[in-house]
Ligand binder design. Structure first.
Ligand code: ADP
Ligand code: ZN
Ligand code: ZN
Length: 817
């Protein structure tokens, strides 16, 4: 008999692959990582799904090595991956790729680098030593290159072992500030007496540097609170004394000083302190009780609480209870900016019981969170962005999806194109645990489920401390323009209110849903404007960088001095992005300190933290941002919020445009007047009579919902129909046209009327690929599995035709755009 394993490879492949196991068959278990060869000389980390015995077979490769003794992926995760792959119509390999941090899935293409200051090389095996020394200093190399250079056929297991020992790391984006995992600490080699120490100083008469260092060391030690236990970071000692670390080594060799290595966790949130949480106010307590009782017979409850009603306080209470029982909680947030703030609130209560997980952490940090959860998962809360649903939970008792309406819960690209809010409900089902959805502006789909009893519904209508919801005042910009009073993007009433706020030491938030300086550069004479060479979209002017940028592919372009078309120097900027607004605010308020929060200013985790903490501490007076500033941020001192261009939000050709506009405006308004006094929102629009604007001004969610749900029913949209979007792409537009028409036609044979398209999307070419969409509306009663199978079958059929081989096809189930 031979032993076989079926594994998942980190490649966009649907099936499992079978390998045999020779040595130590006992070591291979489901959920362990193994190294396998796939394709010519390519090595991958694969996940074991099945282990079984069978008759020996020809032509099956052996696994190269086993990386784990105990599973690092649990069976519940594999079950969840399967669901994601089947529901979202992508391969299991894609799910695996999305789920595991790269540091845990080394492959030939992975970049690795030495960690500075690693000392314990004595623990290396000879091969590990060889690999380690082959690595250049201060530079990352591909594992495959290292293999070639060393002429060792598969070095991934050695690399893995070196990663575990803390000697090397997966190379990261250099923008991430990396905190080393190990540090070297210097102390006295023994508890020497004063006399002995003097003797040493005398002995070192001939080694001046060493003598000087020892004296400096002793001086620093004198200042320490506990002389006996004194130790100092090696680098710090060298920095403080200005003496090279080789001199420290010499004293270590003389056994006067001692060097030890200390493990430092990349995350240190300190001690848990349950006392640090607030007591619930009466409304919150009532809501809390109702949630608990609804959980008796509903697995999902929607907490519909107005902005600043203290939803977070209710979550904290529920997390504390789960942790006390030794269970786990997953707390999902849609936006990293928000994670930064909530982390501060949670860490004061839960200390090191808290893990934080999102894409702005580097791979090594994410891997650490993963392995901590596997080995010390008991009683933990994980705060994370959407990808946190893939973490290895073993005893999940609650999933909180905060700001459940947010479209950033949906992953757009690459596959799996999942919605973390919906997937969380399935995950909860697998773990037999509860889901709490929280928001001030529920998505139409969620509210529909709450109204018809599928979800429990709990409502909080009062802000904490009984502060009134902000007053929202529309400002008619059309009228002001007619009267020639709009001198800048800021209307006179907004300028007045900001002036008052600043003179009272208060702050303002301005919201404009466009980044960059201006969305368009146009010739005044001939209306020429520049389009991206690779995408069918006009370019955004970024003044700070002095370029025009394509927001679809990132390509940058120089700004011409004269119009390339008519050759007159009359190029003009049209429209407003956050950068231009910052400039105008600077002109109107020269003394104000201004910060901008958008994609361009928040490339790193640190950047978020700075913007938020500077605004919290009052260092900045006004925060200008895109939708990032609308999401759940909690500042005490904001009295004025300006929505600069509401119309830009309302005029999108998308059936969800009005829903999104209502949510964004209500949410951003919710940033005003959260503490002490009622806030004011100025909403600039050319159309104050627009029904959505009226609903926002009246804070009338119910009316908004009733209108929306009626339209959804009439036009056959979710929640009455399920949508599957088929996206076809190709370099050759003619081939694409034909393939799309053909595909739509075969779909129509099965689904008739419910197939729409093919249509040209608003941006019909991105990165040199032409795009067509076909939309499928599936009746809610229809079996989704059958529909998916049919679509997949037609896809195979399409690709069986040689003409269409060059066409790419993607599925987006429950698309949001
Ligand atoms: P939401 O998440 O509903 O928008 P938050 O939980 O952020 O609201 O609460 C808004 C503000 O009010 C926060 O600064 C929070 O600390 C404070 N707050 C809410 N509830 C309480 C409470 N029970 N005790 C003390 N402070 C509270
Ligand atoms: Zn482009
Ligand atoms: Zn021109």
């Amino acid at each position: 008999m031979a032993l076989f394993v079926d594994v998942i490879l980190p490649l966009p492949l649907d099936s499992l692959f079978t390998y045999t196991v020779q040595d130590n068959p006992d070591d291979v278990k489901q959920g362990c990582r193994v190294i396998v060869q796939f394709g010519k000389r390519k090595y991958y980390t694969a996940i074991v799904v099945n282990v079984y015995e069978g008759e020996p077979k020809e032509g099956i490769k052996e696994i190269i090595s086993v990386l784990d003794r105990e599973p690092i992926v649990f069976s519940t995760q594999l079950e969840f991956w399967n669901w994601v792959s089947s529901y979202y119509m992508c391969s299991i390999g894609d799910v695996y790729k999305a789920a595991l941090p790269s540091a845990l899935k080394l492959e030939s293409e992975t970049l690795i680098a030495k960690i500075d200051g690693f000392e314990k090389k004595s623990e290396f095996t000879p091969t590990e030593l060889k690999v380690y020394y082959a690595l250049p200093d201060n530079e990352a190399v591909k594992i495959s290159e290292l293999e070639k250079q060393l002429k060792i056929s598969n070095i991934i297991p050695y690399v893995k072992s070196l990663v575990d020992k803390g000697a090397i790391e997966i190379s990261e984006d250099i923008r991430n500030n990396y905190i080393s995992k190990k540090r070297n600490v210097i102390s006295l080699a023994k508890d020497f007496s004063e006399r002995e120490l003097h003797l040493f100083i005398d002995i070192l008469q001939r080694a001046k540097k060493q003598q000087q260092l020892l004296m400096e060391f002793l001086r620093i030690r004198e200042e320490a609170s506990d002389i006996k236990l004194f130790s100092i970071d090696k680098k710090e000692l060298s920095d403080k004394t200005g003496i090279a670390s080789a001199i420290i080594d010499a004293l270590v060799d003389r056994k006067i000083l001692k060097q030890t290595q200390e493990e430092i966790s990349r995350f240190n949130y300190g001690q848990a302190n349950p006392e640090a949480s607030n007591t619930l106010n009466a409304h919150q307590q009532e809501a809390y009780n109702k949630i608990q009782s609804l959980f008796n017979n509903k697995s999902v409850v929607l907490l519909h609480g107005v902005t600043s009603s203290g939803k977070t306080e209710i979550y904290i209470r529920m997390i504390a209870e789960a942790i006390a029982r030794g269970q786990q909680v997953l707390y999902l947030l849609p936006e990293i900016a928000l994670t930064t703030q909530i982390t501060e609130r949670l860490k004061s209560v839960f200390g090191n019981k808290l893990s934080v997980y999102h894409s702005k952490f580097n791979d090594n940090e994410r891997a650490e969170t993963w392995t901590t959860l596997v080995s010390q998962g008991e009683g933990r809360v994980v705060l994370g962005a959407r990808s946190a649903i893939f973490l290895p939970f073993s005893d999940l008792s609650l999933i909180i999806v905060d700001e459940e309406h947010e479209s950033s819960y949906k992953q757009q690209d690459p596959a799996p194109r999942y919605n973390a809010r919906n997937a969380a409900i399935v995950l909860a089902n697998i773990h037999k645990c509860k889901v709490l959805l929280g928001t001030a502006t529920p998505s139409v789909e969620t509210y529909y489920n709450a109204r018809n009893g599928k979800f429990g519904l709990v409502t909080l209508t009062k802000r904490h401390d009984e502060i009134e919801l902000p007053e929202i005042v529309p400002v008619n910009t059309k009228e002001l323009k007619r009267r020639k009073q709009m001198k800048s993007v800021l209307s006179p009433p907004l300028i007045d209110k900001m002036k008052i706020a600043f003179s009272d030491g208060k702050q303002a938030i301005l919201f404009q849903n466009r980044r960059g300086f201006a969305p368009l550069i146009e010739c005044k004479v001939c209306s020429w404007t520049k389009y991206c060479d690779h995408c069918d979209v006009s370019l955004t002017y970024h003044k700070g960088q002095g370029v025009m940028v394509c927001h679809y592919c990132g390509a940058t372009y120089r700004i011409p001095d004269v119009c390339p078309n008519c050759e007159t120097p009359t190029l003009d900027v049209v429209g407003y992005g956050t950068e231009r607004i910052a400039e105008e605010v600077g002109e109107v308020f020269p003394d104000a300190s201004i910060a901008r929060m958008d994609l361009d200013t928040t490339r790193t985790k640190r950047a978020y933290e700075h913007i938020i903490s500077d605004f919290e501490s009052g260092k900045t007076n006004v925060l200008i941002g895109t939708q990032m500033v609308s999401k759940g941020l909690d500042f005490d001192n904001v009295t004025v919020v300006g929505i600069l261009n509401a119309d830009g939000l309302l005029n999108y050709p998308d059936f969800r445009a009005h829903e999104k506009a209502f949510q964004l405006m209500t949410q951003v308004s919710g940033r005003a007047g959260r503490k002490n006094a009622r806030g004011l929102v100025l909403l600039q629009t050319a159309n104050p009579q627009h029904p959505i604007i009226k609903d926002v001004v009246n804070n009338d969610y119910e009316n908004f919902y009733d209108t929306q749900i009626a339209e959804r029913q009439l036009f056959r949209y979710p929640p009455f129909y399920r949508l599957i979007s088929v996206v076809l792409k190709a370099r050759d537009e003619r081939v694409l046209e034909e393939a799309s028409r053909h595909f739509a036609q075969i779909l129509r044979e099965s689904f008739g009327e419910n197939v729409l398209g093919p249509t040209k999307p608003p941006v019909a070419r991105v990165q040199s690929l032409y795009i067509r969409n076909i939309l499928l509306k599936v009746e809610i009663q229809a079996s989704p599995q059958k529909v998916r199978d049919a679509i997949k079958y037609y896809k195979e059929y399409l690709f069986s035709q040689p003409d269409f081989k060059s066409v790419l096809i993607q599925f987006d189930v429950d698309p949001l755009v």
